[in-house]
Design a protein around this ligand. Structure first.
Ligand code: PLP
Length: 462
């Protein structure tokens, strides 16, 4: 799944970084010249929307490339330029764009009424389908990943009577106060390796919120055991992405998740998988299925409903029944009829076993192609291939935790980004993301990525 490429000599790296700078200096002005309509929309949007975007993750420098439509595996920007889409709406669009069955399902649901705030039979069925995939006894719906992790944490606190939550250094779990710590800490604020600092990500958090968080490194069960031995009686839950996906991709090492499972059980800590990125993308039943470890609660969003805003969390019945015993969990739009119908169609008709076979085949083709390029041109990079998700990370060897991400070369990613866009490959703007494949992506789409990546590698090393 992961390929390791021999490192370049430091002197070679200096040359590469200088060349990356030169390429960026040529490609960025080209990109700006190609996107005047995005520049104009930015000037308009900035008057109404902070940063000119609807979510701060979408901001761009000097402006974001705005998209006007998508079809299949392709998107068109505000200027009408066509790209093959590997951005995938930050991982939500494994069905691809305007999938005919999704379009039809939207029409079917809309014609019966888009919202009642009363539970429909399809919402029940949709919940049953998700429970089956992830081995959950019960679930509740929400509208975003942020809500799902917020609610799961509340359930864990109620179940244990404890206040502190534990998270992994360098993980993102949404933008509510409880988890807005140690997401992308800088080297100056991240603290010690085994007990990382609780670096806040945002202004405006409750002043003593850091009192209620502990941070541990990924892939280090010993550090977790040490923390739980010292403070286990205060810790309500451990929330983690089973494979980290907001710093490229970091895989769990063999046995790590099993060990964490045992430790959480031993110390009475609720074990929460944040499967907002891994869910429905790396296997039918996400990381829970792929890695064979059952947490106490699972949080889901993004790819759950064919690109409509939906989310869910669920797991052990005794935990979920706390919602009947005083834990508040609500939401006007939870599991609304549009989302439930489209979500059910997504899971039953589109994200079938053959969809996952398609992701496996295409992901292997894409990473094999990128590996060939990395090896041929001696790039200090590696690839990760995980179903519909994968990436090229500019570090010679695979990462094991957040600190390894700090050793990637953002300069190389920064040069690749305009290069890819200028040649019809639409990617996420930051190196913390990864590609997302869809059921509508083809061999030709993947081959375009590989050939553009090869041109980039050639230019970088030439
Ligand atoms: C792992 C993870 N958890 C939670 C979230 C938050 O989800 P949302 O943006 O739907 O609130 C994200 C979003 O990127 C995520 O990647």
């Amino acid at each position: 799944m992961t390929a390791t490429i021999p490192s370049r000599e430091p002197a070679g790296l200096d040359r590469l970084l200088a060349r990356a700078q030169q390429l960026g200096d040529v490609e960025t002005p080209k990109l700006l010249a190609n996107t005047p309509a995005s520049a104009r929309l930015y000037q308009r949007a900035i008057r109404t929307l902070p940063y000119g975007v609807v979510s701060s993750f979408q901001k761009g420098s000097p402006y974001p490339i705005y998209v006007s439509r998508g079809k299949g595996s392709h998107v068109w920007d505000q200027d009408g330029t066509e790209y093959v889409d590997f951005h995938g709406g930050f991982g939500a669009m494994v069905v691809g764009h305007a999938h005919p069955r999704i379009v039809e399902a939207c029409r079917e649901a809309a014609s019966r009424g888009t919202h009642f705030a009363v539970t429909t039979e399809e919402a029940v069925e949709y919940g049953e389908e998700i429970c089956k995939r992830f081995n959950l006894e019960m679930l509740r719906f929400a509208n975003s990943g942020t809500e799902a992790t917020m609610d799961a944490i509340r359930v864990a606190r109620a179940a244990t009577g404890r206040d502190v939550i534990c998270k992994i250094e360098g993980s993102y779990h949404g933008h509510h106060d409880a988890v807005m710590f140690s997401v992308v800490p800088g080297a100056d604020t991240m603290g010690g390796r085994e007990r990382p600092a609780k670096a806040p990500v945002s202004k405006g958090l409750v002043k003593d919120a850091a009192k209620y968080i502990e941070v541990v490194p990924f892939n280090d069960a010993a550090a977790l055991e040490q923390l739980l031995t010292e403070k286990g009686k205060e810790i309500a839950c451990l929330i983690m992405e089973p494979s980290m996906m907001n710093i490229g991709i970091v895989q769990p090492q063999p046995g790590y998740l099993q060990r964490v499972r045992e430790l959480c059980t031993r110390f009475g800590v609720v074990f929460i998988f944040d499967e907002i990125k891994t869910g429905f993308t790396i296997a039918r039943g996400g990381a829970t299925e792929r890695f064979g470890v059952q947490p106490d609660l699972v949080c889901l969003a993004k790819a759950i409903a064919g690109g409509l805003p939906a989310a869910a969390f669920g797991g052990r019945e005794d935990l979920m029944r706390l919602i009947e015993q005083g834990v508040s969990q609500m939401g006007t739009y939870n599991g609304n009829p549009l989302v439930s119908h489209v979500g059910l169609v997504t899971l039953r008709e589109i994200l079938t076993p053959s969809a996952y076979a398609h992701f496996t085949r295409l992901g292997a083709r894409l990473t094999a192609g990128c590996n060939r390029v990395i090896e041929k041109y001696g790039l200090p990079a590696h690839t990760v291939d995980l179903g519909a998700k994968g990436c090229v990370s500019y570090r010679p060897t695979p990462m094991t935790n957040y600190r390894d991400f700090l050793e990637t070369r953002p300069e190389l990613f920064a040069a690749s980004y305009p290069w890819l866009l200028n040649r019809g490959v639409f990617m996420t703007p930051g190196d913390e993301e990864q590609w997302t494949l869809s059921v509508q992506h083809s061999d030709a789409d993947v081959d375009l990525y590989i050939s553009v990546f090869e041109e980039f590698a050639k230019a970088l090393t030439g």
